[in-house]
Design a protein around this ligand. Structure first.
Ligand SMILES: [Zn+2]
Length: 642
């Protein structure tokens, strides 16, 4: 959820105008001030696991001037075992007057656990599509904020904001993070001066006397918390977006429609849509629409599926909510513990919008530096949300961890894979049949990355998602007297004991006295590791993490002519890259043509050759398995992974 707009202003201003750190620290405080509804401290309600919720139709009568709901919700479901009763997640603040099933009223009870239990007259057999209707009314839970009446220019606005656990505060549904509702119809009758915005396609608007019936339908699977509406005297702007174009529908306040600057921010959505479709794959809900509906939750924006709810339109937030349509809506976090899969990648969407559309390269680096400083402003805290913190909104929606660090983790995956492989892996992730329009947890992303790239990110996620903190590097360098190489010694400490060593490729930029530049990506696999890099110019300086490719803090780079040749020889400066590998490998740290032997792990010699620096050895013909390269009297192991 819940992009707290004020923090985006904070980031913008702090990056460019003010000292950064203190401003960034405001982020969690802003969230703390937000009013959140009552928590259910589970991801999946065990009582609702015996059926698949296929379809819901909400038929409600609402007057935005009156905080009251009168509604009938029809649900179609398929039991996965013979079923004598069914449970829905539903508040006991609203009063159920009847439940109708096959034309008759049946018995039900509203439980203090915020569940509605309905008993069937006879058992329903497994795998049988069936349906029932719940009729209810009342004043929505005043302690929550999932359903609220605000006003704009004196006109009432009635809207909903359910993430994470609030859908049940206004309709009986299934909130479990393992079952999407395949189809949803929203039919709302209001006084005729108002318009209703909601998910999916507008099917009809029918005036009946002084009332208007508005009918929206979505046929994309939707998580309960992503169902929403907003009602006021909207100006409706129907446009198109994307290439090829599809509907772009904005329901905005009359005062917003009169604001040319905000209107150009909304128009800008078209540019960011093109960028995201280019890098993330097709917009997931092309058959219906994308759009924005304004709502009255102060300082909040929310990625409701096909129509983001907005309280303002800063471009970074427009980008963030749009990115959520892929990350959060098409693929929804399968547990709130893994909320970073929604929020981290939505923040990565901001990175992308900043990099490609909004900022100069210098501004973008400044933004990244600000993010890095904010993330490392405290030594601990995990991106993964522990079970005990699921009910703590400050931890669940931590600006520093779930959002910014999650976004930087996505950036680091890009650094590890390179842009081309990264964006292809993201597109693959978005289109996997077991994940698309469904749910994913961190291990699903890990499996998808492995399938796409052959690279196993298990250790990476252990360090950066489940572990806490960041590395602090000392990079020492010395140029060889013959000016043909430099030696680098990379050492690290960590900010938090949960991770003793971050295994990361190190971004190194070497500058020459005459403007020469060389870039290296050093596979840093052990602490105090030496690297010998072929450099054929006189080195003036070495830069580390030169484009903020990785998270670290307080790292230092120093020229150290006391690095001894003895040390250099005595350490494993020779490395195979990539490892595991698929088609080819290269050997780092070899600076002249050197004979090598390739063995199977059993010791059987497979081939001999001469390794030429900066070239690769073809291994595409090898069987999957473990191999050993002998070079310069060192034995290096690598894995051929497919
Ligand atoms: Zn978000």
């Amino acid at each position: 959820m819940k992009t707290i707009i004020s923090w985006f202003f904070t980031i913008i201003f702090s990056t460019f105008l003010f000292a950064q750190q203190d401003e960034f620290q405001l982020i969690p405080l802003k969230e703390q001030k937000s009013n959140f509804q009552k928590m259910l401290l589970y991801n999946n309600n065990p009582n609702t696991q015996n059926y698949d919720l296929r379809y819901q139709r909400m038929e409600a009568t609402l007057d935005p001037a009156v905080n009251y709901i009168t509604s009938a919700v029809t649900s179609h479901f398929i039991p996965n075992a013979s079923m004598s009763s069914i449970y829905f997640d539903f508040t006991n603040q609203l009063v159920v007057s009847s439940v109708t099933y096959h034309g008759a009223n049946i018995t039900f009870s509203q439980l203090p656990t915020k569940e509605l239990k309905i008993d069937f007259p006879v058992n329903i057999p497994a795998a049988t599509l069936d349906s029932l209707t719940v009729n209810y009314a009342g004043i929505p839970d005043p302690s929550g904020d999932a359903f609220a009446v605000h006003n704009q220019s004196g006109v009432p606005v009635m809207s909903t904001l359910s993430e994470p656990y609030g859908a049940q505060d206004w309709f009986p549904t299934k909130q479990s993070m393992n079952d999407k509702i395949e189809k949803f119809d929203m039919k709302i009758t209001t006084p005729s001066q108002y318009s209703v915005a909601s998910n999916g396609k507008l099917i009809s608007e029918t005036t009946i006397g002084n009332n208007k019936l508005t009918f929206w339908r979505t046929q994309y699977p939707t998580a309960a918390y992503l169902i929403a509406f907003s009602i006021t005297n909207f100006v409706k702007i129907n446009d198109v977006i994307g290439n090829p174009p599809f509907p772009f529908v904005n329901y905005i306040y009359p005062s917003t429609a009169a604001n040319t600057s905000t209107m150009s921010d909304i128009e800008w959505t078209k540019q960011v849509m093109n960028t995201f479709e280019n890098y993330f794959g097709p917009y997931p809900f092309r058959n219906e629409k994308y759009g924005h509906m304004e709502f009255g939750y102060n300082g909040v924006c929310m990625e409701h599926q096909t129509m983001s709810s907005m309280n303002a339109f800063p471009r970074r937030v427009v980008a963030h909510e749009l990115a959520h349509q892929w990350f959060g809506d098409k693929i929804t976090c399968g547990a709130w513990n893994d909320l970073w899969l929604n929020e981290g990648f939505a923040v990565f969407g901001e990175h992308l919008a900043n990099e490609k559309l909004l900022m100069t390269p210098t501004e973008f680096l400044s933004y990244l530096q600000g993010q890095k400083n904010f993330i490392t402003s405290s030594p601990g805290g995990s991106v993964y949300v522990s079970d005990s913190n699921l009910g703590n909104q400050n931890t669940l929606f931590s600006g520093r961890l779930t959002y910014s660090k999650g976004g930087f983790v996505a950036r680091m995956i890009k650094w590890i894979l390179g842009d081309v492989n990264y964006y292809q892996a993201i597109k693959d992730y978005m289109s996997r049949p077991n994940l698309a329009y469904k749910y994913a947890v961190t291990s699903d992303l890990n499996n998808s990355l492995l399938l796409s790239t052959g690279k196993d990110f298990t250790e990476f996620f252990n360090q950066w998602i489940y572990g806490e903190g960041y590395p602090i590097y000392t990079i020492k360098w010395k140029q060889a007297t013959n000016l043909q190489s430099i030696t680098i010694l990379a050492s690290q400490t960590t900010s938090h004991p949960s991770v003793s060593f971050f295994k990361m490729p190190l971004p190194i930029k070497v500058n020459g006295n005459n403007g020469e530049v060389a870039y290296f990506k050093l596979e840093n696999t052990i602490n105090n590791q030496y690297f010998t890099l072929p450099i054929s110019f006189s080195v003036s300086s070495v830069e580390f993490n030169y484009e903020y490719q990785i998270l670290e803090s307080n790292s230092i780079v120093q020229q150290d002519n006391s690095l001894s040749t003895q040390e250099i020889k005595g350490n494993s400066e020779i490395l195979i890259y990539p490892n595991p590998a698929h088609n080819e490998i290269s050997i780092q740290g070899i600076i002249k043509n050197t004979p090598y032997k390739l063995f199977f792990s059993t010791g059987q010699l497979i081939q001999k050759g001469i390794y030429q620096p900066k070239t690769t050895i073809d291994i595409s013909h090898l069987e999957k398995g473990i191999y050993i390269i002998e070079i310069n009297s060192e034995k290096l192991k690598f894995i051929k992974n497919k």
